[in-house]
Design a protein around this ligand. Sequence first.
Ligand code: F6P
Length: 328
Amino acid sequence: MASKIKKVGVFTSGGDAPGMNAAIRAVVRSCAYYKIDCVGIYRGYQGMVEGDFISLNARSVNNIINKGGTILKTSRCQEFRTSEGRKKAFDHLKAEGIDALVVIGGDGSFTGGMIFSQEFDFPVMGIPGTIDNDIFGTLNTLGFDTALNTVVEVIDKIRDTASSHDRLFFVEVMGRDVGHIALNAGIGAGAEEILIPEEDLGLERLLESLKRSRASGKTSSIVVVAEGDRTGKNVFELKDYVKEHMPMYGVRVSVLGHLQRGGAPSCFDRVLASRMGVSAVEALLEGKTNLMVGIQNNEMILTPFEKAIKGRTKIDTELIRVSDIVTI
Ligand code: F6P
């Protein structure tokens, strides 16, 4: 049965992530392939509330697959949390002739999409774009792989100076309230210790591990700390704590911050974004809605927004075991 969808609106919402532009490109090109129109919505839900739109065709998205950030910009929108704001958005979409949406973002963005879809019986598909990798229903969110490679590259540089000065470095990484970046990049960068919110090992165990490393001949160490870690001390307080108990160590801190959100997307994220963009448009054309595309066992799957939002991604305990062994 021919789809009744004639014009898809695409937008990015929440924290930006490398790969968002590749996903925008895939959505626009999929619309062109299936001969339907596509409209870019600037600044996420805020642009929808304001009617800030731009028509996009296959050529509009030339040369963006390799660019970090998002050409449509993004934002977090309070007004869309109100029914009046959502009604304004709906009226702008109808006036523009947009009859379906693809939202590229995180769980907060999907919550808005789900409420809007239910309130206005409006087809909405989600593409998970956040470096945190904290969305249920996909092994990878867009930007996670790129962020891991960025963090590993930066820690390699920190290791150069740490080993030259026989210093201990605490490196804080993003992830909001999950430890996926810390755990994976920590292993990849050869960190001696990795502190994540999912597993609070306590300060005593940290000291024991650092003392054991020192006793085994290690004269410099890297400790990766997830920003949502629950030791009860921030990285600067951890530095002071270790300096107090291990005065022989020179201790420094690096907070990586927003550099983890930038940079050219990895090939993995570009391919994932392309697959997700095509799947999202095809699902809309098949009459589906309120679903998030994801990757599991290298296949594209669809997860209801309700489950994607409420589900929690579990930390891979096998990775924790591997980390304990290879940092002996
Ligand atoms: O959700 C992505 C993320 O980068 C988190 O890892 C981080 O805690 C948060 O966004 C930072 O938010 P903002 O960019 O608004 O400072």
